[in-house]
Design a protein. Structure first.
Lengths: 343, 391
């Protein structure tokens, strides 16, 4: 029993953290124009060359043979910098394609030749039907060839070239949003729920993004509370501030340790894996959203503006909460589970 | 990263479960009082005779010297076997013992450590005073050296189980002129043999006499009972704090998880107060119960992280210092949820009633005693996050 990363996993964390800080830091948002979404450009091929997108797929499918625990660690570092959604989109999209039997498409995704954003159902569960249809939102798909939609009944990989979509104003303006009618003709690959525990797997990766987000805002608040002075003292010396920051740190520990248990339970195919994953999803959503809100309060006026990064963390926390299926859905899974740990 | 246990650890779990299954007392622990005290002593003695006393104590002091993983396994099986709460033995086993191991001389260790393991010594604390709670170093109870004794005058308060204790770990001010952390002495008081000590139990809001006020009127305590040296008591007091943040509260956490499951069962069988359906069908109760379930799971995950960190690095990480803060608030939320679910049943107060009203009143101490939630936040802000001091 060991909840901490191995030496090898720590190297992976350091490598991902180093790349993100160097090439895709959150400060990139300041250089984008407010109303224009971020385009993938050459980044997916470069990230693909580092092996992230197929890290946990079998070698026979073009992957590196790692585990969900490895993907979890990568996703947390990506989340810390509000990394592009096509990183986790690619991980999930490649899995849907590979497990659905389209190894060629899986390999193109892993190589960064096919870029995968996210889709989420406006209502209902399109993936439950043999001929998926319904109104969907496309999130972060500008410049992407595919979108992956994962919900309880399974996953579908959507070919965006076969879909008519209407751009919509986005909560997070640098992340594209569009509405579309899903038609069976646009489905490139479909995976039923029974295959590969896709929904809890997606929840683990998205919750890891939330944990990275929550830890980033915790760290921003800690640093600012040490530097910013009012009444002749650092604001971190005021308990009204420091105790708020302690609660941010506690939310991070709750979410991350539970997420590790969830990911490892899923890896071991334990009976209560879904309970642990959904518990983690709820706590990770809470950590990301509540910390992002608290971070704005700690920073004060400047954090209300586009000139400061704080607002991006808040907006992303709501985007990812939506993609993960929403906290209410996961609370339902938590209460609907058998007694956890019972033998 | 790995959730599975080694074959040896699994075998150990089996041994623990087997022993507990046979030896856990069949009767329920009586409420605090003389009967509860006798029960706690006997159960500790029974664990000693079975070879299970002092699971976290080093072998050289008669303990089992178990790894953090095995301590966790012990606590899990202990809770699963519905073994009784450690009760009045808690302080001696989890705080006094470790403190004496680190700071006491050979004679003091020999006098007390084996007796604690055998359940022969109940200990209480002598820390807080009416004027020194969160600001513990502000104590005013005086100790004046007179020959080979320390003569103590003053008052302590919030002393758990003082009326049942054999010994007290007492903090007194021996140098009023020194800076407040430098003039404090840590001394062992034999409560059964020392004259000039008056113990007055305080009744809790839940009923029962858990705490006491302790008054000292020229109480003469041998200088040989000083642990460490004169005026160096603050260091002795702080020595075992890290010890406390290991797995000592694991059984309480597991018990809380069982309480949540009991509430879920209750909610499937009873209507929501003022509602039309069973509570489990009511969206608000359903989500509150789900969140409680998720949070007790996270508490267990944080304990697993602490255990992992102790195994790897020899000491708990940040999650260790956050556990008390989390447990205190969560136990209150869960008991409040119980009160909300009960409806009119909640009006009945006795430890043996529906099992919620009494614990609800008791949980208020979880964010006050042993360092209030505010003090816990101060510790985390300073020592974990490195924020500037607030005073």
């Amino acid at each position: 029993m060991d909840l901490l990363p191995s030496a090898e996993q720590n190297q992976t964390i350091a490598a991902v953290a180093g790349y993100m800080a160097d090439k895709l830091p959150v400060s990139r948002y300041q250089k984008l124009s407010y109303d224009a979404p971020e385009l993938p450009g050459a980044a997916p091929r470069e990230v693909a060359s580092l092996g992230w997108l197929g890290f946990a797929l079998d070698e026979s499918q073009g992957g590196a043979g790692g585990t969900i625990a490895d993907e979890l660690l990568i996703a947390r570092e990506v989340g810390r910098h509000l990394g592009p959604l096509w990183v986790t989109g690619g991980m999930l999209g490649a899995r849907v394609a590979a497990l659905a039997g389209d190894t060629a498409l899986a390999r193109r995704i892993i190589a960064g030749d096919a870029v995968v954003g996210f889709a989420t159902a406006a209502q209902g569960s399109p993936a439950s039907s043999d001929s998926p249809s319904g109104t969907i939102h496309l999130v972060g798909t500008e410049g992407a060839g595919y979108a992956v939609l994962v919900d309880e009944p399974g996953g579908v990989l959507i070919d965006l070239s076969k879909l008519q979509s209407q751009p919509r104003p986005s909560l997070e303006r640098q992340l594209s949003l569009a509405r579309a009618q899903l038609a069976p003709a646009a489905v490139a690959a479909r995976l039923p729920a029974a295959t590969g525990a896709l929904f809890p797997r997606a929840a683990v990766l998205l919750a890891a993004l939330q944990c990275g987000n929550a830890e980033a805002t915790r760290d921003m608040s800690v640093e600012y509370a040490k530097l910013r002075e009012q009444f002749g003292r650092p604001i971190g010396s005021f308990q009204a501030i420091s105790h708020m920051v302690v609660d941010m740190a506690l939310r991070c520990e709750q979410a991350w340790t539970q997420l590790c248990v969830g990911a490892l339970s899923l890896m071991d195919a334990q009976r209560d894996a879904r309970f642990h994953v959904s518990s983690a999803a709820v706590l990770a959503n809470r950590a990301a959203i509540d910390n992002a809100r608290a971070n704005i309060q700690v920073h004060g006026g400047i954090a209300m503006t586009q000139a400061h990064n704080a607002n991006y963390f808040l907006k992303r926390s709501h985007v990812v909460e939506t993609l993960i299926g929403g906290s209410y859905l996961h609370l339902e899974a938590v209460i609907g589970s058998p007694v956890p740990g019972a033998q | 990263m790995d959730l599975s246990y080694t074959a040896e650890d699994r075998r150990f779990r089996g041994e623990v479960a087997t022993w507990l299954h046979t030896n856990v007392p069949k009767e329920k622990r009586p409420p605090d009082g003389a009967e509860g005290c006798a029960f706690d002593r006997a159960w500790q003695r029974s664990q000693f005779d079975g070879g299970w006393a002092g699971i976290s104590w080093p072998k050289e002091y008669g303990g089992l010297g178990l790894s953090a993983v095995r301590q966790f396994i012990w606590h899990e099986e202990y809770a699963r076997a519905r073994a009784p709460h450690i009760g009045m033995v808690f302080l001696a086993i989890n705080q006094v013992g470790p403190k004496l191991m680190l700071e006491a001389n050979a004679a003091q260790k020999d006098a007390h450590l084996p007796a604690i393991l055998r359940g022969e010594e109940i200990w209480c604390q002598g820390y807080s005073e009416p004027g020194a709670g969160s600001d513990l170093a502000g104590i005013k109870t005086r100790g004046v050296v007179d020959g080979d004794h320390l003569v103590v005058n003053g008052q302590k308060v919030w002393t758990s189980y003082a009326q049942h204790s054999d010994f007290q770990e007492l903090l007194v001010r021996t140098d009023p002129a020194a800076p407040k952390h430098k003039g404090i002495t840590f001394i062992i008081v034999d409560l059964k043999k020392t004259r000039g000590i008056d113990i007055r139990p305080l009744e809790l809001m839940s009923g029962g006499k858990h705490f006491a006020e302790v008054f000292y009127d020229d109480a003469r305590i041998p200088l040989a009972n000083i642990v460490g040296t004169l005026n160096d008591g603050w260091k002795v007091t702080m020595a075992s704090l890290a010890f406390e943040r290991g797995t000592a509260f694991t059984a309480d956490q597991i018990d809380l998880a069982a309480r949540v499951e009991a509430l879920i069962t209750y909610a499937t069988e009873h209507p929501a107060p003022g509602g039309r359906r069973n509570a489990i069908e009511d969206d608000e109760f359903r989500r509150r119960l789900a969140l409680a379930r998720a949070e007790v799971a996270a508490m267990r995950a944080m304990t697993l992280a602490t255990v992992s960190r102790i195994e790897r690095e020899g000491k708990p990480g940040p999650e260790g210092s956050m556990m008390r803060l989390f447990y205190g608030a969560l136990s209150q939320r869960i008991c409040q949820l119980g009160m909300d679910l009960l409806g009119p049943e909640r009006l009945e107060l006795s430890p043996m009633a529906q099992g919620w009203t009494h614990p609800y009143l008791r949980t208020f101490c979880h964010t006050i005693s042993g360092g209030s939630a505010q003090i816990q936040r101060e510790i985390i802000a300073g020592r974990v996050l490195g924020l500037p001091r607030s005073r």
